[in-house]
Design a protein around this ligand. Structure first.
Ligand SMILES: *Cc1c(COP(=O)(O)O)cnc(C)c1O
Length: 358
């Protein structure tokens, strides 16, 4: 099948940059608005992902088409919401937690998500430079025996060539203390044609690998995406998914339920549901934390636990990720009560068994 050879995905990428002119013609958007947004935040969408859009403001269109709201700056929002640039040890390596690093090894993405946490870096010369030479990053990781988990990100690492990936993964595997290698990639969602037989072979040879992808809506669960995930899973790549909770895209129980259940069908385990970061130019995607907690509460119980990710907020300033969980516990004096999935308050005997202390 020609669309699943190198030529297929490379042609998709070559066609992904969209001009204001092309956008306004295809979606009847105001050309002036497109130009103003694109001047600040470029637009790229693969022809495949473009084909999933039914209307400009549907859940796919909202994720990738320019919107005037992107130009509304707010003092609460930040260019670098996770303080990553301050945590760069060497260019391209973010070492925030003791045992693991994010290693930015690519600067491009197949689709430029309007809500991207690195909206201000992806596609820039600065990130292109930071991610171009891996020597300093590899040396840093090799010199720090406490690092056992390396998370490849960018940009999208699966847009590297097969040879580049092979080289990088081989170099990482040669560092004895690196036990876990993870890849963060939206390619299964936005460019599933990239998952070719030769890519899969490179990944299989470097295994075991963990790959977290990024589906946000059940409409992204196409036969092409399913095929890509199936090939990866067959090669022993352990697949997880990080969804961003996005206003107007997936902020309702039914959409999340269909997304998370659908992911299990294509062999992907929901890992995190991210509270939308405080990204300048993407404030219109944010929901309140209370809404996220209410969604988690509605899912837990009716929906298989295997389909339920952890709801996470990544704190500004690089202070780290924190899980947010609905509170089911009520303490009334000495009495402990726990709220059941149907809302009933159950008094729970909260003492240790024989031999324990009160
Ligand atoms: C998110 C993140 C990780 C990975 O966190 P996990 O909770 O282990 O998935 C590692 N380093 C940085 C800097 C991160 O932002």
């Amino acid at each position: 099948m020609s669309e699943y050879c190198d030529k297929g995905w490379k042609a998709q990428l070559a066609d992904s940059r969209l001009s204001a002119d092309a956008l306004s013609r295809r979606f009847s958007l105001d050309p002036d608005v497109c130009t103003r947004v694109i001047d600040r935040y470029p637009v790229a969408v693969t022809p495949y992902y473009l084909g999933l859009i039914q209307s400009v403001d549907d859940p796919i269109g909202r994720q990738c088409l320019p919107d005037l709201l992107e130009l509304q700056d707010s003092p609460d929002l930040l260019q670098d919401p996770l303080g990553e640039e301050a945590h760069h040890t060497v260019p391209g390596v973010v070492h925030r937690y003791r045992d693991r690093v994010v290693f930015l090894v690519a600067s491009r993405c197949a689709v430029l998500c309007r809500f991207c946490t690195r909206k201000h870096r992806v596609g820039t010369q600065e990130l292109a430079q930071a991610s171009a030479d891996w020597t300093a990053g590899l040396n840093y990781i090799a010199a720090h025996p406490e690092i056992s988990d390396v998370l490849l990100s960018g940009g999208d690492p699966l847009l590297l060539s097969d040879d580049q990936l092979d080289h990088l993964l081989t170099a990482l595997r040669a560092i004895p203390h690196v036990e876990t290698v993870r890849i963060g990639s939206r390619v299964p969602v936005t460019l599933p044609q990239r998952v070719t037989a030769s890519l899969v072979k490179v990944l299989k040879d470097a295994g075991p690998l963990y790959l977290n992808t990024h589906f946000n809506h059940p409409r992204e669960l196409t036969p092409e995406a399913s095929r890509a995930c199936g090939l990866l899973a067959d090669a022993g790549v352990v697949l997880g998914n990080q969804t961003v909770l996005l206003r107007g895209v997936n902020d309702d129980t039914e959409t999340l339920r269909r997304l998370f259940k659908g992911l299990l069908r294509i062999r992907v385990r929901p890992y995190y549901l991210h509270q939308m970061d405080l990204v300048q130019g993407a404030g219109h995607f944010r929901t309140r934390i209370e809404e996220g907690l209410a969604l988690m509460r509605e899912l837990r119980g009716p929906v298989s636990g295997l389909a339920i990710p952890q709801y996470m907020v990544d704190l500004p300033g690089g202070l780290g990720k924190v899980p947010l969980t609905p509170d089911y516990l009520r303490k009334v004096g000495d009495v402990t009560q726990i709220e059941a999935p149907d809302g009933t308050l159950v008094t729970y005997p909260n003492n240790c068994g024989p031999g324990g202390t009160e």
